[in-house]
Design a protein around this ligand. Structure first.
Ligand SMILES: Nc1nc2c(ncn2[C@@H]2O[C@H](COP(=O)(O)OP(=O)(O)O)[C@@H](O)[C@H]2O)c(=O)[nH]1
Ligand SMILES: [Mg+2]
Length: 274
């Protein structure tokens, strides 16, 4: 298992190490394991952004390996979770698992962006680490990359399902409705956040690494504009059984997140910057 944090690279030994003084001391044991990282680049990289996912992270990682086997790396980008999610990952001692522990920063889009930078797979994917998005879907999603550039797990394509509370589903559908009117592209689940894609996609489109989940809509919009083919695969989204939602822990955060989505949809339409 590789453990890194977000300070400048060191040049002493081993591939791609990062440290700051605190993480360097705390991560000594796992850093000695850096050389255990798979030498050959795996075919698939799956990135998990985590903040306080102690109850879910082991389940999520094991389920990914169960369905994708050994030719995969799981990159966990944790923002120094107070519940010690990062420590649990660090102790997994698995060469297929890479831990990036960022300190003194937070952000979902920037966490996925960091994971993308570290990834090595020909196919790259990312998803939540809260067991709402089923890792059972991953093999079929990756298979579909034979004929598409991007595959998103979709709650709202025919056959999909979102079993969260009525209010959350209603809001999510409203945001998706607005996105499809303003951004077009015929995508039903614009803010899916559950995706696998060909690495070559990043030669044409980058994610804009600011904000919460709304970055995903802007990313898909840019992919659509560039003519990349996007496949929506329906799935059953199961509401969180363990841990707390970071986007809607209370009504205030819920409204702030919702407003962020609306403004990002409008900005994406106006920005059109490559
Ligand atoms: N690294 C990182 N991960 C985050 C942050 N906020 C949320 N996450 C993770 O992003 C995923 C989605 O968050 P979640 O709380 O499930 O939000 P929801 O799905 O919108 O209710 C989960 O895996 C979280 O642990 C953050 O600030 N930094
Ligand atoms: Mg979630």
């Amino acid at each position: 298992m590789l453990s890194t944090s977000s300070a400048p690279p060191e040049t002493d030994q081993g591939p791609r190490r990062y440290s700051d003084v605190r993480a360097c001391r705390e991560n000594d044991a796992s850093r000695r394991k850096n050389s255990d990282r798979q030498v050959l680049a795996p075919t698939v990289s799956i990135i998990l952004a985590t903040y306080n996912e102690l109850e879910n992270i082991t389940l999520t990682i094991s389920a990914i390996f169960e369905h994708l086997g050994d030719d995969v790396e799981v990159i966990v980008v944790d923002d120094d979770s107070p519940d010690g999610t990062w420590r649990l990952v660090e102790n997994m001692d698995d060469p297929r698992v890479i831990l990036i522990r960022r300190v003194a920063t937070r952000g979902l889009a920037s966490a996925f962006n960091r994971g993308i930078i570290e990834s090595r797979g020909e196919y790259v994917g990312w998803m939540d680490a809260d067991m709402c998005m089923p890792p059972t879907m991953l093999p079929a999603m990756i298979e579909s990359l034979k004929t598409h550039d991007i595959c998103i797990g979709s709650r709202y394509a025919p056959g999909g399902c979102d079993d969260r509370t009525r209010l959350r589903v209603l809001c999510s559908r409203a945001i998706n409705g607005l996105a499809s009117v303003v951004l077009g592209g015929g995508i039903r689940d614009y803010d899916s956040g559950f995706v696998v894609l060909r690495r070559s996609v990043f030669d044409r489109v980058s994610i804009i690494p600011t904000g919460y989940g709304a970055y995903f809509m802007e990313f898909l919009y840019a992919c659509h504009r560039k003519g990349l083919s996007i496949h929506e695969m329906p799935y059953h989204f199961t509401d969180r059984a363990l841990g707390v939602s970071k986007s809607a822990p209370n009504i205030y955060r819920f409204l702030v997140t919702g407003a962020g989505y609306v403004s990002r949809i409008l900005t994406a339409r106006l920005r059109r910057i490559d």
